[in-house]
Design a protein around this ligand. Sequence first.
Ligand SMILES: C[C@](O)(C(=O)O)[C@H](CC(=O)O)C(=O)O
Ligand SMILES: [Mg+2]
Length: 301
Amino acid sequence: MLYSTTTPEQKRVKLRELLGSGSVQQFPGAFNPLSARLIEEKGFAGVYISGAVLANDLGLPDIGLTTLTEVATRAGQIARMTDLPSLVDADTGFGEPMNVARTIQELENAGLAGCHIEDQFNPKRCGHLDGKNVVDLDTATKRIRAAADARRDPNFLIMARTDIRAVDGLEAAKDRAKALVDAGADAIFPEAMRDLHEFQAIRDAVDVPILANMTEFGKSELFTVEQLQEVGVNMVIYPVTLLRIAMGAAERTLETIKAAGTQEAQVENMLTRARLYELVDYEAYNQFDTGVFNFQVPGIR
Ligand SMILES: C[C@](O)(C(=O)O)[C@H](CC(=O)O)C(=O)O
Ligand SMILES: [Mg+2]
């Protein structure tokens, strides 16, 4: 209860172990702290915390409007709900290299296992949209160097994301990935790869773990874990998947209530009261106070 029993330091060691395991590690995106518990319960390796989800959850587009304080606070709330390592999207690092340094320390304080920092210009946009732009090599590597120098826990994972593929092509992405590793990146997130061969090309260019972004409605096909394994991907994220499905369900339910005058037809699709209480570990709080969980919840509803 209350929740994570694992320290941030242990989670960072775990993340490094996972990335060195040789098999693809699946990190679904949590859209709130409770969904992180679900991700852990279903046996996933870790939790991803998406910048798009954090922005959209606040009703904002994902164009760099969220602040470091908002992201660190929400990411910390999510990370503390799970024993799994959490990787957070730190967008462009929230400013100049000195701001990036501050970002890393705040994310360490918030209990994250690592983050990724991208080479887009501000205002940034979803990596799968057209019309984005990237900063020059010097600026991109300075961000990563500042991040690597700022961390106090050497196991806090600094992942460099490059968006250059969609701007200057695959060769440029390979060159930039190598330069970002030289600047101190522990892992590479090559954004908007078009096919499996492109992942393979990045794999061959660098000898650090690489991430595949399986976001829906984007530029990449939705490859399976087996396909990603074959091209040497180490980690796959499903960043916005749970938010999209939850909001889809919310929309359908509102339509049902409006049309039918009752939510009855949607009740079978809901997490039951009993299941919800199980997820928040209601019963465990009885250890503190035996009066807290002294009621019956009908099992089926
Ligand atoms: C991974 C990503 O950076 C995110 O914020 O989750 C987004 C996801 C998306 O917008 O679908 C991205 O830029 O790919
Ligand atoms: Mg993002």
